[in-house]
Write a protein that binds this ligand. Structure first.
Ligand code: SAM
Length: 371
């Protein structure tokens, strides 16, 4: 083994032991950790969590791309939507764009660049729980921001109610999720059991209640049902602190009846190096974990929080409504060569058809806004 590989493998092994220690501390008397607690530690533990690592998980050198990495036109379309929310509000005063979970800051940088020509009144705040990602996002966002101030807030409500847009792209799917299984008679909680040799998927009787919307009726024993109390809490937080404006929530997911019927084994996925990892329990802290967003529960949480649903549609439809076709045609016309034009069209195709499970939920607060 080459020295660099040997060092990486020793580092991986010591991280695995450290994660196991954290999980042991979180386990109940039967060595069981429910899945949401497992996901919280594996992704966000400040010392050993996946998002805490210095290496960026996003982009070509990382583990996955988001739409923001496919083409800058994505961020430009988001920026157009932000401008239209602002103009609907008739707001000339301070208008905050609060991005939840900016990751490496690619989307932030693109939105800021698109707004830089007319910067008056905007401010951009990033709300990012990982120190490493916050530093990365701030550095990237500050490059092309023009005169728009960029700051970090610890949480959305840190400075009280505000007017603006809350933006969250691939944020909700990264929130710790509970996974339940219908055993034919009742629901059981899925999670992991910590043995002497490591982790194994396991289950226990349901010990915690499921607040909010009732669980969906299912016939098929073995059906897995997933939802994220943390993601629903985020929507409540938006309802509490966004006084006027809109929230743009872009993520992969579906309505819960579609999920339990169409994906009865659940949607948990792990990624490393742009590949699916077969065993999501195998390397906690070393691979990305995500679960489809249960939009039925997210929409119910939004309604209960006093937010108005402005639109719920596929990402391709939302991009269409936000002016993506025009942005593409303008970019193609301005492209310097036939090759650049082809690249633009290929990226657009990838964005519109490669993100087919993506939905966009637009929520309004205060004054009504168009879509
Ligand atoms: C999949 S990445 C998002 C990528 C980025 N939005 C983009 O469009 O490229 C999820 C990000 O959300 C952050 N995050 C997750 N939960 C958070 C929370 N409760 N508060 C702030 N940031 C959070 C993670 O640390 C990570 O950087």
């Amino acid at each position: 083994m080459a020295p660099a590989e040997a060092a990486a493998s020793a580092e991986g092994a010591s991280r695995r032991w450290a994660v196991l220690d954290r999980l042991r501390a979180a386990a109940d008397a039967s060595d069981f950790v429910p899945f949401d607690r497992f996901m919280e530690i594996a992704l966000y533990d400040p010392a050993v969590g996946y998002y805490a690592a210095p290496r960026s998980p996003l982009g070509p050198g990382g583990d996955f791309y988001t739409a923001a990495h496919v083409t800058p036109l994505f961020a430009q379309a988001v920026a157009r939507r932000i401008r239209s929310v602002r103009s609907d509000l008739g707001s000339s005063e301070r208008f905050r764009i609060a991005e939840l979970g900016p990751g490496d800051g690619t989307l932030a940088a693109g939105v800021l660049a698109a707004l830089a020509a007319d910067p008056a009144g905007y401010e951009y705040v990033v709300v990012e729980r990982s120190e490493a990602r916050a530093e990365e996002a701030m550095a990237r966002a500050r490059k092309d921001r023009g005169e728009i101030p960029v700051r970090r807030l610890e949480w959305l409500g840190e400075e009280g109610p505000f007017t603006g847009v809350v933006l969250a792209n691939e944020f909700l799917d990264a929130q710790p999720a509970r996974r339940l299984r219908w055993d034919g008679t009742e629901w059981v909680e899925l999670g992991v059991e910590i043995g002497r040799d490591g982790l194994a998927p396991s289950e226990r009787g349901l010990a915690r209640s499921v607040p909010g919307a009732p669980l969906p009726p299912v016939d098929e024993p073995g059906t897995v049902f997933e939802f994220s109390p943390a993601a629903e809490g985020t929507v409540r937080e938006i309802g509490d602190h966004l006084e006027h404006g809109a929230a743009l929530l872009l993520d992969y997911g579906a309505e819960q009846t579609e999920l339990v019927r169409g994906r009865p084994r659940g949607t948990l996925a792990a990624f490393r190096g742009h590949r699916v990892v077969e065993d999501p329990w195998g390397d906690p802290g070393g691979s990305d974990l995500s679960v489809f967003v249960n939009f039925t529960r997210i929409r119910a949480a939004a309604q209960a929080s006093g937010l108005t649903e402005l639109a719920y549609r596929s990402q391709a439809e939302a991009l269409g409504a936000w002016g993506f076709p025009q942005l593409l045609e303008d970019a193609v016309r301005a492209a310097g060569s036939a090759e650049a034009q082809v690249r633009l069209r290929l990226a657009a195709k990838n964005l519109l058809f490669g993100f087919e499970n993506f939905r966009v939920l637009e929520l309004g607060a205060g004054a009504p806004a168009s879509t």
